[in-house]
Write a protein that binds this ligand. Structure first.
Ligand code: ATP
Ligand code: MG
Length: 564
């Protein structure tokens, strides 16, 4: 590929709206451009990265017996109405009507279509198991498209679906996917964790996420380095260290103008760990009081798992329910149902008195009020691991893949059944598995870059060799570079030949920015000595190689880099 005549619009400046490193570098490197919020164009270099990732994904899906299909992006509403998700999913789904005013939607995932095909085409247990996959565009009207290609409204997904006769079959298919995913992420050069996750709107009985550590991530995981426990903080269980409890007796104390936990704790001269934060939430059946320790935060998804869908109450709803403003509510004498975090089973605390300007000191859960206990606090670093008690680490991560045991959630409503050996009808047991190639690309950039640009891992680099002549006007240099371009290509390398008539500084900067693994530089001094410089982008180590040995030197370096 010659630079001249190619579309590689590199930029010196970061895009104004970009925060994530991958967003900045993928735009500056000329890989992508944003058409509208969360809608991206992949330019030639970006497309090449995606092609490489998709090729790895295909190989690994084929290896476990996956059969590639292409499912439509445009769906009739009926199948989504049958599964119930037409009603459950809100604004994230793009909906439209066709010319006959029929309801349609754009596919945000394809469980319904798969269950529909299965209902039409599979008859007998002999037709199972099956693994079907596609690499297809998904459309989701994300609330906050951000961070470049990490969260877009239109994106590519490899989604696969397994169909089995029973749970044992599903378990096997699920494990095969887990292994395939590990191979995919390993081959793409990512660092990642496999963590337990919340199945959410997919439903089903179990799921794991594949999480690449990065500051640009929107998720957090809790990791135990001792026993290997790893879970999304949406469900991670940690055991907070207990404070030393004083011998308080229940008494009302004035706390004028103190509204936040910190203000109350400071005023009373107690640690926030000896206070309880009381929060009012509204469920389908009315308001409830949720309690976490003063230094903790409540995780709404955990609370929702314990009590069903919730939303924070408005201040006037709080006042109406408890007769006190937000900063003064508490569990003692409270008539709402109370859910308290597990860590509050023991101890003695300062709580709101349900009376403006007052708190109660010395309240004992189980004695002065009777909550239901559930794990509703967000794990913090240093808490004890729920399994082995060693301190947990909390890390920010990018979700690059997600696998779900669906069970029969879609096959039952869509009538995807087969006859078993005894002639009995049985709903097919399904699994669903997703990977975002764009997130893999962006996560790789997040994990592998330096101040000057991207440092692509060999496996997903857009091309492998960046060839340039320092002075393209110098006929000898240009000729030598031209000759090398041919030789390197003949040796099987994908070469980007920067043949532009640009200043050397510009070319070097661009080479660092787009980050191909090997740079080959032809320059005057080197020409005179019959030498060419071969450099690894990764550590910028240079080797000077005689012109005749350049191809074998590139081969050696390629071997070294492709192993790393
Ligand atoms: P998130 O929680 O980050 O929204 P999700 O749980 O909705 O992700 P899935 O429905 O499981 O994601 O999709 C499978 C994979 O598709 C994800 O692991 C991710 O790699 C990718 N993906 C999901 N949403 C997006 C998006 N908006 N932009 C780019 N890739 C995405
Ligand atoms: Mg999502």
């Amino acid at each position: 590929m010659r630079w001249s005549g190619s579309l590689i619009p590199t930029l010196r400046e970061d895009p104004a709206d970009a925060e994530a490193v991958s967003h900045k570098l993928m735009v500056r490197g000329g890989l992508v451009r944003q058409l509208a919020a969360g809608i991206y164009v992949y330019l030639p270099l970006g497309q090449r990265v995606m092609d490489r990732i998709n090729a790895i994904v295909r190989e690994e899906m084929n290896r476990i017996g996956g059969q590639e299909v292409t499912l439509p992006v445009l769906h009739p509403a009926e199948i989504w109405q049958q599964s119930g998700r037409w009603q459950v999913i809100g604004e994230e789904m793009f909906r439209l009507k066709d010319r006959n005013a029929r309801d349609m939607c754009l596919g945000m995932t394809h469980e319904e279509v798969i269950a529909w095909i299965a209902s039409k085409e599979l008859r007998s247990y002999r037709d199972l198991p099956q693994i079907w996959y596609q690499i297809q565009t998904k459309e989701r009207d994300e609330a906050r498209p951000r961070s470049g290609v990490l969260r877009t409204r239109e994106f590519l997904m490899k989604d696969s679906y397994t169909l089995d006769l029973d749970e044992a079959g599903l378990a096997k298919a699920y494990d095969a996917h887990k292994d395939a995913y590990c191979r995919i992420f390993d081959r793409c050069g990512l660092r990642y964790y496999v963590v337990e996750s919340d199945p959410g709107m997919m439903g089903g009985s179990g799921s794991h996420e594949f999480m690449a550590p990065s500051a640009a991530g929107e998720d957090e995981v809790a990791i135990c380095e001792q026993c290997g426990y790893a879970a999304n903080v949406e469900l991670a269980q940690g055991i907070p260290l207990q404070p030393k409890f004083p011998a308080w007796k229940l008494e009302e104390v004035p706390t004028p103008n103190a509204r936040t936990i910190n203000e109350v704790a400071t005023l009373l001269g107690v640690e926030p760990t000896l206070t309880i934060k009381s929060l009012v939430y509204v469920t389908k059946t009315g308001p409830l009081l949720a309690l976490v320790r003063g230094d903790q935060t409540l995780h709404e998804k955990k609370l929702a798992r314990a009590v069903g869908d919730v939303r924070p109450a408005h201040p006037d709803e709080v006042k109406a329910a408890l007769g006190a403003p937000v900063g003064s509510v508490g569990p003692v004498g409270c008539r709402l149902p109370i859910v308290a975090d597990e860590s509050l089973r023991e101890g003695v605390y300062v709580v709101g008195a349900n009376k403006e300007g007052f708190h109660l000191k010395g309240a004992r859960p189980g004695q002065d009020f009777s909550p239901r206990f559930a794990d509703v606090h967000t794990v913090q670093p240093g808490e004890g691991c729920g399994r082995c008690r060693a301190p947990l680490k909390v890390e920010r991560v990018i979700e690059v893949g997600n696998i779900f045991k669906l069970g029969t959630k879609y096959s039952v409503p869509l009538g995807a059944v087969v006859l078993d050996e005894s002639g009995q009808e049985r709903p097919i047991v399904m699994g669903s598995y997703g990977i975002g190639p764009a997130r893999i690309a962006a996560a790789a950039v997040e994990q592998r870059h330096d101040a000057d640009g991207i440092v692509w891992p060999w496996s997903i680099a857009p091309l492998h060799v960046h060839l340039l002549a320092v002075n393209a006007k110098d006929l000898e240099q240009a000729g030598a570079a031209e000759e090398l371009y041919g030789k390197l290509q003949a040796a099987g390398f994908e070469v980007l030949f920067d043949d532009r008539d640009e200043r050397p500084g510009v070319k070097f900067k661009d080479a660092d920015l787009i980050g191909l693994p090997i740079r080959v530089t032809v320059g005057t001094a080197l020409i005179k000595g019959g030498l060419v410089e071969v450099r690894a982008r990764k550590d910028r180590s240079d080797r000077r190689v005689a012109r005749g040995e350049i191809v074998s030197a590139v081969k050696d370096l390629a071997q070294e880099l492709s192993r790393a």
